[in-house]
Design a protein around this ligand. Structure first.
Ligand code: XBP
Ligand code: MG
Length: 259
């Protein structure tokens, strides 16, 4: 039977609730700074989250919500470069928001990461978002030295296809020289689960307001959050007698899957 070697974490929605009050606000600030009258409401942003990746999300919005829009392009700038410029500003606003300290980790995240680290379980990140966003979130919300906690932080455009494609998880597994059967993945969304599952990873899902009603069939366990000893999780799919997610529960799920 394989032994549990590594935990691989998604970032947005999984480590922290970054979308509604983080990424969404940063997109809107970048639109305002570019004199665009676009404003993504909480509800609209929920629709747009179906597309992973910020640049891809901007293009999707343009093509599907305002197809008549024509940007004022500086000479020699392509539409792709215009989107990339807008998105670069968005990243700047998002990093600023994190540095203001507005976004903390979800329940149980720090505890589980610390426990796994102390036990010699290898840790990694597999995310769609831009590398600067991940490093700033880890440094501001987890620990100034926490980048070193993760053997690999795989993010953004490092792979050709974003989630739900399996590429980012395949990349992490390849870099760590691990088989999917030696790891557990943590996700918050249907696209993230599809990505991890296609890479062959057993996956624990912690939902949030944007993803609660999505299809998580095939997940090893679906919870409202990882829980704490004084803040029990709610089990939304699957079975466990535990009330918070720790390494013992990770090992228990792992054994059940491989026995
Ligand atoms: C997260 C995303 C990201 C962020 C924005 O998906 O979809 O696109 O919303 O990040 P996941 P960028 O949690 O599944 O990785 O704007 O930096 O692309
Ligand atoms: Mg996510």
């Amino acid at each position: 039977m394989p032994e549990l070697q590594a935990l691989i974490f998604d970032v947005d929605g999984t480590l922290a609730e970054t979308e509604r009050d983080g990424h969404r606000i940063a997109f809107n600030r970048s639109f305002a700074a570019a004199n665009l009258d676009w404003d993504w409401s909480v509800e609209r942003y929920g629709e747009l989250l179906a597309v992973t990746g910020g640049k891809e999300r901007i293009r999707f919005f343009w093509e599907n919500y305002i197809p008549e829009f024509v940007p004022t392009l500086t000479e020699g700038i392509s539409e792709k470069e215009w989107i990339a410029g807008l998105h670069k500003a968005k990243t700047k606003y998002y990093v600023q928001l994190l540095q203001e300290g507005g976004i903390g980790l979800r329940p149980g995240v720090r505890r589980l990461l610390t426990e796994a680290r102390d036990a010699g379980i290898r840790l990694a990140i597999a995310t769609t978002t831009t590398p600067d966003n991940v490093t700033t979130l880890l440094e501001t919300a987890l620990d100034p030295d926490s980048l070193g906690w993760f053997e690999i932080i795989a993010a953004g455009d490092i792979v050709p296809a974003k989630k739900p494609a399996p590429d980012i998880y395949d990349y992490v597994l390849q870099q760590m020289q691990l088989q999917p059967t030696q790891c557990l993945a943590f996700e918050d969304s249907e696209a993230g689960l599809a990505s991890a599952q296609q890479a062959g990873l057993a996956t624990i899902v912690t939902v949030n307001d944007y993803t609660r009603s999505q299809d998580f069939s095939g997940a090893a366990l679906v919870l409202d959050h990882l829980g704490e000893p004084d803040l029990p999780f709610e089990v939304l799919q699957g079975n466990t007698a535990s009330s918070y997610f720790d390494l013992a529960l990770a090992q228990e799920l792992f054994k059940a899957m491989h026995s």
